[in-house]
Design a protein around this ligand. Structure first.
Ligand code: C2E
Ligand code: MG
Ligand code: MG
Length: 589
């Protein structure tokens, strides 16, 4: 579109020509920007661009020069292509947490080249968001710092020390622990490993902000260092987890235990003293698990596991306490590891089943069902999810198991579609945080729906508050993508975790599921009654359905019905049933 027009006239006044001018400055600018971007892209640093799911879309020439992988090798793969195996899960978890929260991560990463060589790269990842805030891409730039002598000291510091507190990190701790075991073997003296986890740190982080949280961690590192002897190691494993390694305790077991206990109590007291941070007065306590070591009786991994397990018991028993690893815990651990190895075969050996529990409306008509996982163990019989889901989550087995649940549930909706008694039932399934965090989660759901050809509105995914909040922007993006397919979402166990209305507003939910603990104690706990009322009201405000789970007796039903909750699940109507029994049952209601 011309913006102005000039006429060239001859002497006699006739128009000879008309010239139209168009404003090309904007276009020129855009071209210039593109040209600069293209040159910048071909910089000396390796660059890879992935989509929001971490699938590589583009790499530059320097990427190929540094890694040996061509564009064809890399595109459509994930950065796992470069994985050296030198970083543990925890490393990546921390990276993703920072990336999700700050949209940016920088650090040293060991990567494997195409020729197998392991190199240290200095990597910066930046998340690219669309105007609506959804992440669309990640851009990673890196340079090889392996051979740079100035950076070697830095590499060492990055590799062995925690950046925030300057304490030794997990890797350094493991090195020192190995040495300590060898030293104890020679000296015949005991040592101790104290695993320390702060109580409610997440709450503090959420309410006071990460900056205060970080200051607190630094102060805790000081207090820990002040309470151990020189030569002992204080390490930070990450998050709010610290480990103290004490060496050269007594050569007598009882005496060594007393010494370790003294240090544990001293540290516990020191942490419980008030903190003054940026004008705020704060309190914090710690739960501590202790295991003793003597020579090579236990391996490094086992010792960490023992202390961690004892810490977990300290938490369970009310927090702010010191707990020793004991033979009973050992027996539980052995049993757990047997179960863990069996669980690895459960899926392949077809030992998993879905049970179905009916959901009804206030006329007691079936409106849906929840699919609940059961493990039919060849020797132990029926195992409930509480006993194996945490294991499956810890080992990552929940990902293939969750996929099986998804596919089985979709196939079930399809099978039910031809029977009028079941064709309109909404089937809810539970998904774990780890499943949700998989980059291909959305794709898997899409495929399951596509291959079974079901009506997506009949599938509901139940998520819990804590898993939603952990990774809010990623979660919202995935939920929105699934919502676009027509799937519904329910927030399970609602009211049990710390969550705010601000979060609730962001999430594309359809339903709140009132946790069964509130329903159970309705009769003798008036605050629970108020809570149920509040949740119903909240649901109404946000335009969400509300369902109550764990309804066991008529009085509970009456109460929640009176307060506006008109969907229920619980033993009053039926327990979760195996498929055949459920199908028989549903014909009768
Ligand atoms: P949930 O999703 O909150 O499921 C409800 C639990 O309450 C089920 O326990 C159900 O059997 C139980 N329940 C239902 N009605 C009543 C009642 O009236 N009284 C009482 N006392 N309990 C009732 P279940 O089947 O043992 O499952 C426990 C948890 O395991 C589930 O809690 C869910 O978080 C998890 N889970 C179950 N299946 C799966 C799965 O396929 N994947 C994942 N990731 N988690 C699952
Ligand atoms: Mg559930
Ligand atoms: Mg629940």
């Amino acid at each position: 579109m011309p913006i102005w027009t000039a006429y060239i006239k001859t002497d006699n006044g006739r128009h000879l020509a008309r010239i139209a001018f168009t404003d090309i400055s904007e276009r020129k600018q855009a071209e210039e920007t593109l040209r600069i971007a293209a040159i910048a892209f071909e910089s000396q640093e390796g660059i890879m661009v992935t989509d929001a799911n971490g699938v590589i879309q583009r790499v530059n020439n320097a990427f190929t020069r540094l890694t040996g992988y061509s564009t064809e090798d890399a595109v459509e793969k994930t950065p796992a292509l470069l994985s050296s195996g030198r970083h543990d899960k925890h490393f990546y978890q921390c990276m993703w947490t920072t990336l999700n929260e700050q949209k940016y991560w920088q650090g040293e990463m060991w990567n494997k080249r195409k020729n197998g060589k392991i190199c240290a790269d200095w990597l910066t990842i930046t998340a690219v968001a669309a105007p609506n805030g959804n992440i669309t891409h990640y851009v990673g730039t890196f340079s090889d710092i392996t051979s740079n002598p100035e950076s070697l000291a830095e590499i060492h510091r990055l590799a062995y020390y925690d950046l925030l507190t300057q304490l030794p990190n997990r890797r350094m701790l493991l090195d020192r622990l190995r040495q300590a075991l060898a030293a104890s073997n020679r000296s015949k003296h005991y040592g101790a490993l104290l695993f320390l986890d702060l109580d409610n740190f997440k709450n503090l982080n959420d309410t006071r902000g990460h900056y205060i949280g970080d200051l607190l961690l630094v102060e805790i590192a000081h207090r820990l260092n002040a309470n151990v002897r020189e030569g002992d190691t204080v390490a930070r494993l990450g998050g709010d987890e610290f480990v103290l390694m004490l060496e050269n305790l007594s050569d007598n077991l009882q005496e060594a235990a007393i010494q370790a206990d003294l240090v544990g109590e001293k540290v516990r007291d020191a942490i419980a003293l008030p903190y003054r941070l940026k004008g705020l007065e704060l309190w914090c306590t710690a739960s501590i698990g202790v295991s003793l070591f003597y020579g090579h009786e236990a391996s490094v991994d086992e010792l960490l596991k023992y202390s961690d397990f004892a810490m977990y018991h300290a938490k369970k028993e009310g927090r702010n306490s010191v707990r020793f690893f004991d033979p009973e815990m050992q027996a539980t651990l052995i049993e757990r590891s047997a179960l863990e190895s069996d669980l690895r075969h459960a899926l392949g050996r077809q030992q998993l089943r879905l049970y179905y529990q009916i959901q009804v409306n206030n006329e007691r008509r079936a409106i849906g069902a929840e699919a609940l996982l059961r493990w039919i163990h060849p020797e132990r019989g029926l195992i409930l999810p509480e006993q194996f889901i945490p294991l499956a989550e810890k080992t990552g087995l929940i990902v293939p198991i969750g996929l099986w649940v998804l596919q089985t549930a979709c196939a079930q909706i399809r099978d039910w579609s031809s029977n009028p008694a079941t064709s309109s039932l909404q089937l809810a399934l539970n998904a774990s945080a780890l499943e949700l965090r998989q980059p291909d989660f959305v794709e898997h759901v899409r495929q399951a729906i596509f291959t079974t050809g079901i009506n997506p509105a009949l599938l509901k995914i139940e998520l819990t508050e804590s898993q939603l909040i952990d990774n809010i922007s990623d979660t919202v993006a995935k939920m929105n993508a699934l919502k676009a397919l027509g799937i519904r979402f329910s927030m399970d166990d609602f009211g049990t975790a710390y969550s705010s209305i601000a979060y609730l507003k962001q999430l594309p939910l359809d339903q709140l599921k009132i946790d069964q603990t509130f329903i159970r104690d309705l009769g003798d706990n008036s605050s629970n009654a108020a809570l149920v009322q509040a949740i119903v009201l909240m649901g109404r405000t946000f335009g969400l359905d509300v369902i109550a789970e764990g309804v066991e007796i008529e009085a509970q039903l009456e109460f929640i019905n009176l307060h506006g909750c008109h969907a229920y699940q619980g033993y009053l109507f039926s327990r979760p049933l195996p498929l055949e029994e459920f199908e028989e049952f549903i014909e009768r209601v």
